[in-house]
Design a protein around this ligand. Structure first.
Ligand code: KIV
Length: 266
């Protein structure tokens, strides 16, 4: 493994060629440093911190200032993985507000920002990319839409919703997004979207057909309380250290053994 920082171009070049991209969330310097030593490609300071760090029932109360704080922490712990930060709920109502908040995250150390959805968000992606803010898009079970969805449910199982997701993915890639997270969608749909778009897809609950995988750090280390979603595997079980657990996760992503069919949705 090279010590050189992971670049966006390097991740894009791996689409189709491999190895698959292994990504996880981190919110603090210690876990970021261990994940870096294990060889992780991408660290996300996600708004999932609202749930796994702050104990909230969803991600909606997380603020830009809280993401900025955790980006600073993670940036001190790791310099090699690509550092991506979420724009939280309510922080991108229009392009200019989105740019101001994205700039705060970039100043804190993020190399890319992630935002959820399509529709009017597609033009915000275009605006940010034109102003030197690289963007990761996010479709499927977008947690900031939890109230509209009526809970955390698998998305796009019906053909109309699947067709819309395929069109949204193409539009976001055309708008300049560099990466696309697909969350909790049927494995066949994620595989089809991955084949259709020119940018890497990173799945979570989206089956093995994506160009990479992401898990919440607490989930992959088996320290999340409550009912565990189907797509979560505890990589610490059977491994003697956090670093070897993360290395096992990376190996399983790269060799395609994670996620299995039982860890995916039909
Ligand atoms: O906030 C987060 O952790 C995320 C991942 C689930 C992709 O958006």
């Amino acid at each position: 493994m090279s010590d050189a920082a992971v670049t966006i171009d390097a991740l894009i070049a791996r689409k189709g060629a491999g190895p698959r991209i292994a990504a996880m969330t981190a919110y603090d310097a210690s876990l970021a440093a261990i994940a870096e030593a294990a060889g992780i490609d991408l660290l996300l300071v996600g708004d999932s911190l609202g749930m796994v760090v702050q104990g909230a029932p969803n991600t909606l109360a997380v603020t830009v200032d809280e993401i900025v704080y955790h980006v600073r922490c993670v940036a001190r712990g790791a310099t090699r993985p690509l550092l991506v930060a979420d724009l939280p709920f309510g922080s991108y109502p229009d392009a200019t507000v989105a740019f101001g908040n994205a700039a705060s995250l970039v100043r804190a150390g993020a190399a890319m920002i992630k935002l959820e959805g399509a529709g009017h968000v597609t033009s915000i992606v275009e605006y940010l990319v034109a102003r030197e803010v690289p963007v990761c898009a996010h479709l499927g079970l977008t947690p900031q839409s939890v109230h509209r969805f009526g809970g955390f449910r698998v998305q796009a199982r019906e053909e109309a919703a699947a067709a819309k997701l395929r069109a949204d993915a193409a539009a976001l890639a055309a708008a300049g997004a560099s990466l696309l997270v697909l969350e909790c969608v049927p494995a066949d749909l994620a595989r089809a979207v991955s084949a259709a778009v020119p940018i890497p897809t990173i799945g979570i609950g989206a089956g093995p057909g994506c160009d990479g995988q992401i898990l919440v750090g607490q989930d992959l280390l088996g320290i999340t309380r409550g009912k565990r979603p189907r797509f979560v595997r505890d990589f610490l079980a059977g491994h003697g250290s956090v670093e070897s657990a993360i290395a096992a996760y990376i190996a399983a992503v790269q060799d395609g053994s994670f996620p299995s069919a039982a860890e995916s949705y039909a």
